[in-house]
Design a protein around this ligand. Structure first.
Ligand code: SF4
Length: 497
């Protein structure tokens, strides 16, 4: 490499905002519906949004009501080679369309049904394209499986850090030891056990982790959101994410009137469980009817929000950050490069330093002061916590709204218009390199999954009809039947690692 090329590369690596990120952000902002172009909007100003895989391993070995997977997802064989090659195609396209860095979920059916080596290869592939991967799981797998994913054949870590989102709620059926839970509290030992594996991973192999706790909310468990929040806040999860159920996916699993649960009612429950107000209006990902989230520091039971919409100085600092530093990439960058990047960013806007330092000092004050923070850190009682509510839409609205959007028609029906606005500002995209487009996850699940699964059933049929298939299908039977845990997967491998 010539000296000139090296200098150019160094300049690009340390540039505060990568030019490809700038282009992707500007395009996202331009494409947002006017209703979403608000002062607190993060999409198109500092983030392109989250990403997720699809059609890579549709099968799952639990039965939940509701379930967003299409009705015949369990008739598709788990196939590691297919998973890795599809992930490669999808991530390559996301990298082209949305720039060098984003958070992406390795999602489909149940990720731990993948052989550990294929799971690891899928994560490495996502990283190759600048994606920060998060494996989405029901959390019912062993420490040995986790080690097989994280460590290579020589027992050396393949990753410095891993991210997992574990779904735990009482609507799930078939978990080992809690086949048919009667309450959310019954699942606490399983929540703790899952999180402990990652504490052990750090202790045993030095691999850090980011953990999210996911919970679907319906009328039958909304009253327990407060207690789940209270309990999980004391566990080492970094994020708590709640999803009010929608009429989407397998209609045999729609058991309740999901419309009774709203984003507001869930947030009230979260605040009740946390024991304090959780301000969220300073920032917005996409449409407020889809998402609500906030980040703060929890210090020995006190929550110090990073940005409070009621504080004008916080808002001024937010605006400066979004204006001048939005799109800066901080993750997965060598420390010396990141340091130079930050110095260059501040050198370009020295007037922003005081407001940003002021913001940091207000967060410390909200947390009860530096001494309290240090004391809490020593006792392991200090950490960032993110609260999220993600409100998927019903297929009955998404299907007509998307059909019109495909034709470039804006609906004047109020419900379909709302749906189109939400789809237009979606912060959770899925990649379709085969026809050169990105689609919202709501569209994927409501419109595309059923068609995609027909093709996948042909491409990856269950192999023969063995006793193992039958066992897996018993697990997958809809409600009313007592689930029986399978002992083997349809392709002959053990059902649970
Ligand atoms: S996936 Fe659906 S609910 Fe989520 S942000 Fe996109 S449009 Fe909104």
């Amino acid at each position: 490499m010539s000296a000139l090329t090296t200098i150019r590369r160094f300049e690009l690596d340390t540039r505060p905002i990568h030019p490809a990120t700038r282009i992707a952000l500007d395009k996202r902002w331009a494409d947002l519906p006017e209703s979403a172009k608000t002062a607190n909007q993060l999409i198109g100003r500092c983030a392109v949004g989250c990403e997720g895989t699809h059609g890579v391993f549709p099968k799952c070995d639990l039965t939940c009501s509701p379930c967003y997977h299409s009705a015949d997802a369990n008739k598709v064989r788990i196939d590691g080679a297919h998973t890795v090659s599809e992930v490669d195609e999808q991530m390559r396209f996301l990298n082209q369309m949305r720039g060098p860095r984003a958070h992406a979920q390795l999602i489909g059916g149940e990720v731990s049904l993948l052989p550990a080596e294929d799971h690891a290869q899928a994560l490495l592939t996502m990283r190759k394209y600048g994606r920060e991967p998060m494996s989405m799981t029901h959390g019912d797998f062993s420490y040995e499986y986790l080690l097989d994913v994280v460590l290579d054949a020589d027992g050396k870590p393949r990753f410095d850090k891993v991210s997992f989102a574990a779904h735990f709620d009482s609507l799930m059926r078939g978990r080992r030891g809690a086949v048919r839970p009667h309450s959310e509290a019954e699942l606490n030992p399983f929540r703790e056990r899952f999180a402990k594996m990652f504490i052990d991973l750090k202790k045993d192999h030095g691999v850090k982790s980011y953990l999210a706790h996911n919970m679907t909310v319906t009328p039958s468990n909304v009253g327990e959101v407060a207690s789940v929040t209270r309990d999980v806040l004391d566990m080492p999860y970094d994020m708590m994410s709640f999803q009010p159920a929608a009429f989407i996916g397998d209609d045999r699993r729609w058991k309740e009137d999901f419309t009774e649960v709203t984003i507001d009612s869930v947030w009230e429950q979260i605040e009740e469980g946390a024991g304090h107000r959780i301000p969220w209006k300073a920032t917005q990902f996409g449409d407020p009817r889809c998402n609500r989230s906030t980040v703060g520091m929890r210090v020995d039971g006190t929550f110090a929000v990073l940005l409070d919409a009621d504080n004008p100085k916080d808002i001024a600092a937010r605006d400066r950050f979004l204006e001048h530093f939005g799109g800066m990439i901080f993750g997965d960058i060598p420390k010396h490069i990141l340091t130079i990047k930050i110095i260059r960013a501040i050198a370009g806007h020295p007037g922003d330093l005081a407001p940003l330092v002021g913001l940091a000092s207000r967060v410390v004050t909200r947390a009860g002061g530096l001494r309290r923070m240090i004391r809490a850190a020593r006792r392991g009682k200090l950490g960032f916590k993110t609260f999220v509510v993600h409100n998927f839409m019903d297929a009955v609205d998404v299907v007509p709204a998307w059909e019109l959007m495909e034709k470039g028609i804006a609906s004047d029906d109020p419900k379909i218009k709302e749906t189109q606005e939400r789809l237009g500002s979606c912060m959770y995209a899925m990649s379709h390199p085969e026809d050169g487009r990105l689609v919202p996850a709501c569209t994927q699940h409501s419109v595309l999954d059923p068609i995609e699964n027909i093709g996948l059933r042909k491409l990856l049929p269950l192999i023969g009809r063995t006793a193992a298939d039958s066992a897996t299908e018993i697990v997958s039977r809809p409600s009313g039947m007592t689930p029986v845990r399978s002992t083997r997967r349809a392709d002959g491998a053990p059902a649970r690692p």
